[in-house]
Design a protein. Structure first.
Length: 266
């Protein structure tokens, strides 16, 4: 059975463009709004990532931390995330969905129970930020057995040797971190350098779908459009914060940002 994530990449390639991937935090700023945002922006997206709010994030910058804080303050729980994924998947515009979070919640919940719940809810992929190779091999296999794509991370500091090992055991999609930083930081390297790192991965493993994340905004997205996919997260979380502050409708405002990002890659 082909994972819907692979189909999304295929469809984007047919249109000669990168897949556009969003990241928002599930439950920000409340369950209803969060779900409405995802349903609305999905029309212009290929894949969606929903972050599971965590109180001690290690890779997230201030925008995603603010989103997580709002979600946690409003009482979001892991069981709510699964319920919301189910609701989202019933929408006619729903797209392949990746949950992104930290291993502590999975460990506390129980690996097998967590994967079972993901499968029942309709989760298509997982990114576990603090469960890196080779420690993630067993969990990645568990995901594969349940037709869930475990997305391996490749950093700018990853050696070629380690990169080969990761790509050898990875599923069809990998996530390339654009720079040494937390999410939402301004790009500290040129887009040319990022694409050079991207080409190294593609040379080693041409058939893998490589998504680039960290620092993707309206200003940078066009110069990275040769990638298989581009992930925009902090920019969307920032727009939610701005909308709340200015008493605007975050569903409308975030949708405008996504449409603008899409226009730059088609």
């Amino acid at each position: 059975m082909i994972n819907p994530i692979d189909i999304a990449f295929k469809n984007a390639k047919k249109e000669n463009r990168p897949a556009l991937v969003s990241y928002t935090v599930c439950g920000d700023n409340n369950k209803k709004t969060s779900l409405n945002i995802l349903k609305t922006i999905s029309k212009d997206l290929d894949i969606v990532e929903w972050g599971v709010a965590h109180n001690c994030p290690t890779a997230d910058g201030k925008e995603i931390q603010n989103s997580s804080y709002r979600a946690l303050t409003n009482g979001i729980k892991l069981k709510d995330v699964f319920t919301m994924v189910k609701k989202y998947k019933k929408d006619k515009f729903s797209k392949p969905l990746i949950l992104m979070g930290y291993y502590q919640m999975i460990f506390n919940f129980g690996e097998k129970k967590f994967i079972k719940k993901c499968k029942e809810a309709g989760v298509n992929g997982l990114i576990v930020v603090d469960l890196s190779y080779p420690d993630n091999k067993k969990f990645a296999q568990l995901c594969k057995k349940n037709s869930i794509c475990f997305v391996q991370l490749i950093a700018p500091t990853t050696s070629i040797k380690r990169m080969r090992e990761i790509l050898k055991i990875s599923d069809s999609m990998v996530y390339m971190i654009s720079m040494i930083s937390t999410t939402g930081s301004a790009l500290k390297v040129t887009t040319k350098k990022i694409m050079k790192n991207y080409e190294i991965i593609k040379k080693i493993s041409p058939n893998k779908n490589v998504a680039i994340g960290f620092g993707i905004t309206e200003k940078t997205i066009k110069s990275l459009r040769k990638a298989d996919a581009l992930v925009v997260g902090s920019r969307l979380c920032k727009e939610i914060s701005k909308s709340i502050k200015n008493k605007h409708n975050p569903v409308i405002m975030v949708s405008k940002v996504v449409k603008k990002l899409k226009s730059k890659i088609i």
